[in-house]
Ligand binder design. Sequence first.
Ligand code: 13P
Ligand code: SF4
Length: 333
Amino acid sequence: MSVQHLPYTQEVEQATADVYARIKHIIPKIEWPIHAPYIAKINELKKERNAVILAHNYQTPEIFHGVADLIGDSLGLARMAAETDADVIVMCGVHFMAETAKLLCPEKTVLIPDVTAGCSLAESITAEDIRKLKQQYPGVPVVTYVNTSAAVKAETDVCCTSSNAVKVVESLGTDKVICLPDRFLAHYISTQTDVQIIDWQGQCEVHERFTGAELREYRKTYPGIDVIAHPECPPDVIEEADFVGSTAGMIQYVADNKPEQVVMVTECSMSDNVAVQHPDVNFIRPCNMCPHMKRITLPKIYESLLTLTPQVDVDPAIAEKAKLSVQRMLEIG
Ligand code: 13P
Ligand code: SF4
């Protein structure tokens, strides 16, 4: 998609002054003329289109603080999508998040500014793989991470996210559950419950790169540091962490504990975004970037709202079954 260049004018400077005041300690002044024209235009277009912009916690600060109406983890974004009365939802996140929003709101226009924003977990499993597993383990319920396609969700009993996975597994009342597709999340669940977990070999290409040894180095260099990690990390990282939780759970941890120094063992943008609210906390920032999340940019959001493309649609043959698995999760909590 060729993206229009928008000029930085005095009018734009004034219209975005309050946004810049909030994020000036994380976005250098020299970069502002690049972002500000898009922020001003997107915020105008949103009103004209009766659109709401949902942004995942891994979006860049200029998106997260500049144009997002609602921000959150995967569970929060699904809930907000289900509740909005806007006509158009712009999902600043990855494709499975937009697809989940469309499942929950089939009558709305759901846009994803870059349709190629994927996820290594969603890529790791197909609907056919699940059908085979169900034959292999007859009667064992299937819990699927939302980081999957709608076709996979349609073969699923109930979805989960990193913030409710243990609760969802235990809600089923069985002694065995198939948990897909993230093997590290499945391992983490197995350490928190007596239910036997059958896993799959999917991994997040971002979180798999962290190591326990790296975290021990942070503890040596920054004595007293709080180490908080996402459950998609490998087991040696989880063992080293003071707290394990979803992206929203990690943000809550910082708000509740106000650590002097903290390392968030997750995607790069998290610390930048959270630092805006916590200028007194020293964030040590290991940077493993999610290339899929970073496909979403302000110029692409602008083009998407202008043209109302690319729209996300779900095959009607699978939509109803896939929606049920997400709704069951939302009912559990
Ligand atoms: P959260 O649900 O914790 O935000 O995780 C989503 C994700 O893609 C993490 O890599
Ligand atoms: Fe997928 Fe990992 Fe990127 Fe999250 S961080 S969207 S799990 S590849």
